[in-house]
Design a protein around this ligand. Sequence first.
Ligand SMILES: *[C@@H]1O[C@H](CO)[C@@H](O)[C@H](O)[C@H]1NC(C)=O
Ligand SMILES: *[C@@H]1O[C@H](CO)[C@@H](O)[C@H](O)[C@H]1NC(C)=O
Ligand SMILES: *[C@@H]1O[C@H](CO)[C@@H](O)[C@H](O)[C@H]1NC(C)=O
Ligand SMILES: *[C@@H]1O[C@H](CO)[C@@H](O)[C@H](O)[C@H]1NC(C)=O
Ligand SMILES: *[C@@H]1O[C@H](CO)[C@@H](O)[C@H](O)[C@H]1NC(C)=O
Ligand SMILES: *[C@@H]1O[C@H](CO)[C@@H](O)[C@H](O)[C@H]1NC(C)=O
Ligand SMILES: *[C@@H]1O[C@H](CO)[C@@H](O)[C@H](O)[C@H]1NC(C)=O
Length: 819
Amino acid sequence: MDIFSFVFMSSRLFLFYFVFSDAAVKISQSQSLSDGTNLVSKNGGFVLGFFSTGNSTNRYLGIWYNNIPVRTVVWVANWRNPIRDSSGVLMLNSSGSLVLLSQNKTIAWSASSTKEVGSPVFELLDSGNLVLREKNEENPGSYLWQSFDYPSDTWLPGMKLGWDLRTGLERRLTAWKSPDDPSPGELSCGIELNNYPEIVAKNGSKKFGRTGPWNGVGFSGATGVKANQIYHFNFVSNNDEVYIIYHMIKNSAITRAVLNQTTYLFERDIWVEADKKWIAYISIPKDKCDSYNLCGAYGNCIIGESPICQCLEGFKPKSTERWNPDNWAKGCVRTTELSCEDKDKIGFVKFVGLKLPDTTYSWVNKSMNLNECRVKCLNNCSCMAYSNSDIRDGGNGCVIWYGDLIDIIQVAANGQDLYIRMPASEKVNQEDVKDKQKMKVIVVVAIAIAVVFGVLLIAYCICERKTLREKMKNKRMIDQNIDGQNEDLELPLFSLATIAMATNKFSSNNKLGEGGFGLVYKGILEDGQETAVKRLSRNSRQGLSEFKNEVMSIAKLQHRNLVRLLGYCIEGEENMLIYEYMPNGSLDSYIFDQMRSNILGWCMRFNIICGIARGLLYLHEDSRLRIIHRDLKASNILLDSKMNPKISDFGMARSFGGDQTEGNTNRVVGTYGYMAPEYAIDGLFSVKSDVFSFGILLLEIICGKKNRGSFHPEYSLNLVGHAWKSWKEGRTLELIDTCLKDSCILPELERCLHISFLCLQQHHEDRPNMSFVVMMLHSESSLQEPKEPGFYVGKKSPSSSKNQSSSTNEITITLVDGR
Ligand SMILES: *[C@@H]1O[C@H](CO)[C@@H](O)[C@H](O)[C@H]1NC(C)=O
Ligand SMILES: *[C@@H]1O[C@H](CO)[C@@H](O)[C@H](O)[C@H]1NC(C)=O
Ligand SMILES: *[C@@H]1O[C@H](CO)[C@@H](O)[C@H](O)[C@H]1NC(C)=O
Ligand SMILES: *[C@@H]1O[C@H](CO)[C@@H](O)[C@H](O)[C@H]1NC(C)=O
Ligand SMILES: *[C@@H]1O[C@H](CO)[C@@H](O)[C@H](O)[C@H]1NC(C)=O
Ligand SMILES: *[C@@H]1O[C@H](CO)[C@@H](O)[C@H](O)[C@H]1NC(C)=O
Ligand SMILES: *[C@@H]1O[C@H](CO)[C@@H](O)[C@H](O)[C@H]1NC(C)=O
């Protein structure tokens, strides 16, 4: 047997002697584990031992990662009952219970099986699970006891979160009181056993946040939690058990989910070996809308709107006073009362893109279809809404809600449909017409009328859209003025005089550069703070209120890899944004400069790559605004004093680009050499066009060359084509920036190169999203083979067909397409 399969370390004394009679890693009844000795799992991943926190001398029995230098405890046994000295001993007593004894033989903690026990052993499994089992019984179903059934604050792969309905056991996470105090804090998180179960976090006994129910693919409201190639989720709900579990697909990355009382966050972290630290990959709540029931009944929380609480269509604020943060929770009421008895006067209005409401009063039938669901809901006056319980395969199953609908959020991506009961006078969905079994003729006539009316309406709308929009905006502005801008955001408004003084009257000596939306100046405020002032071009197509709204929404975007907005200035024709100043300038001034490129070794470049990826992930997925940058390039990556990257000009394209409908634009904003094919050619943009630009950036950082303007003399390929060819032929080393040759960690660099090709796929559906890019950067899982990237041969490049001659032009181009 392999002696190393059981590493027994002692910092004090070997108190007893082990005889290994078989290959299992375990401690039996005649043995024990005392303070100072550790039990390491077979593959060396986890340790069971005693630890203290902070300056305290209290001792706790716990499990932590063996190979991670920052001690990260995942489970604590005696968290309610610390041992005051180092006298603790863990052993099996004669009746087969696991007991933790302190010096005076008092029991600090114990674990017993409800079953009859024969000859038990305890063992720390490679998953981090401490189990008590019969010596010869290794079937997980027959464990006498396991620590995975009694979680602390950490949810590990393979650990069930939820209920065993047969025994009434609830596996629930509870945060530590503080990083130095493992005793249970107020914050906890588990599955609520509603008919339609969901994960709910609680602060004490009060609901604090919820993920929304499991819809077959993910949680309705936690759209960041979804299948990927690193780990996958499984949600089980039957008569015996209700739980959620996740498994690593390959044991390539170390990840954990942890509930944190200090930050009030439920975070999924990933261990980054290069940085020797945990980084948060996803955290919930991610914004204000995730606060439970912020907007009250029938309120819809929309981040980016002002105020963020809006009433669903057909509802109005309950409080007659204007909405403000204090009475949001009062919610909304119907504009037209519902009469229950007369079913002909009732219909359902479909709302799209929502996080489904709280499911406390819900009912589910997994085999009913949507129409049966509707009938079921229609026949009970207290049923307020219905929906599919599972969204896979176009949707199936039925869930209905009784009573008020609360905690609804408008989510940017992957939101769900909800059909809400309404008086027939409100517009109802078409199934109603069907259901009332009106004669076909009437339907046809109605449709004909509708078409005619529709055409007229469209014509009217086209004429009126602009005015209408203006009116809406004005109305909103008036509302806000009355509200006195109750938003919690306090972004300073600077006067023109202050800014003029700070920038030396916009002196050309202070000019830092020129971006797509205007000139950038360095400014020094009176208190000495250095700033970058972006003076937006005067022909900005925006009105005052629009500008202000947009600035407020950009200001909400805060991330360590985004340049921070410090304030703004509106005066006369001037619209200016004041950002933090980045002393090290932009990335392009390093990587494309022969001398300065030497400063950026591989470690720094990798750090920059990861930072950009995380910043972009935040824009795409973590901020509910779902910002598509549209102009990601080396000159838009600024470096702080420690060479940490910060993305600039985010939100600009969305906010100041103008003339765009969803996902399609007739005004292509961007920079040649970074644009995805579908964007440059058809004006189609999506998060995946940003992923493409990220791929180019990655390549440029690795190669130290610009994509545009660095053609290989022989093949007339651009950088992408050249890199692809070299990579395919196994000549990676010829590609990389010469100054990296000494500093680079080749496998890491090759992995980045590989990821860049995945980002550069011709078809956007072949490109990974940013959350997956971040995972790939931080793990060692094997990567998918890329197909030939887009923009392979120079000739295919649509930019050449657009007849742009200056190939090295790095300034953002705004191109009005003549379609
Ligand atoms: C631990 O002790 C040091 C030195 O006495 C002190 O500076 C520090 O604040 C203490 N930390 C905690 C968490 O109490
Ligand atoms: C035994 O020690 C624990 C602390 O380890 C203490 O709380 C308890 O009072 C002690 N009991 C006796 C009987 O001394
Ligand atoms: C073993 O420990 C369990 C749990 O503390 C306890 O109920 C049981 O009485 C103990 N057995 C003996 C023989 O002390
Ligand atoms: C949690 O609850 C406590 C006690 O009710 C309260 O003081 C605290 O503000 C709450 N925290 C959050 C983040 O809601
Ligand atoms: C919780 O957050 C605090 C502050 O960021 C951090 O120091 C602590 O380590 C975190 N706790 C856990 C268990 O991750
Ligand atoms: C669920 O719906 C199906 C199909 O309508 C029906 O046969 C079944 O009895 C229903 N189950 C429950 C528990 O209502
Ligand atoms: C409607 O549903 C509620 C909640 O399930 C139930 O209590 C009530 O009896 C139902 N009413 C009818 C008429 O079925």
